[in-house]
Design a protein around this ligand. Structure first.
Ligand code: ZN
Length: 137
């Protein structure tokens, strides 16, 4: 068993989908991008929960991001959507990968706007691909 860091701050908060298929790759990709310590939140569809104030999940998600900022002094928020997300209807819900990406991009913009209004931190938006890569949206 490894020990737990006594330091109580981290670099980022990462919001990702609950989908188990992407967890390991996303963590490896974040580490490779230099994001080594981060709080993590998982919500079906990631950006979907934040993209509309008519979504009852938006307020609790924003509150959790604020708590992460206040407790752990995060310096940025990273939102990771993924290809073939069931919350978006899966890849089969789109005629092409470009259309699927466009839908994620649109929701990411709305989600980022809501987060920015809440915590005013830099926001990065990524799409985890089925091939294991992480692509900026
Ligand atoms: Zn998903």
């Amino acid at each position: 068993m490894s020990s737990v860091s006594k330091g109580h701050t981290c670099e980022a908060l990462v919001l990702m989908c609950i989908d188990f298929r992407f967890r390991e790759n996303v963590q490896e990709n974040l580490k490779a991008k230099g994001i080594k310590s981060y709080d993590i939140m998982a919500f079906p569809g990631a950006s979907l929960g934040l993209s509309s104030d008519s979504n009852p999940a938006q307020k609790p998600l924003l509150n959790a991001i604020t708590i992460s900022k206040n407790l752990h002094n995060i310096q940025r928020v990273v939102i990771v959507d993924h290809e073939d997300c069931g919350a978006y209807g899966g890849s089969s819900n789109f005629v092409s990968l470009d259309e699927e990406k466009a839908e994620h991009r649109e929701k990411m913009i709305l989600a980022a706007r809501a987060v920015k209004a809440e915590v005013d931190l830099p926001i990065e938006t990524w799409l985890a691909r089925l091939d294991g890569t992480l692509e900026a949206l």
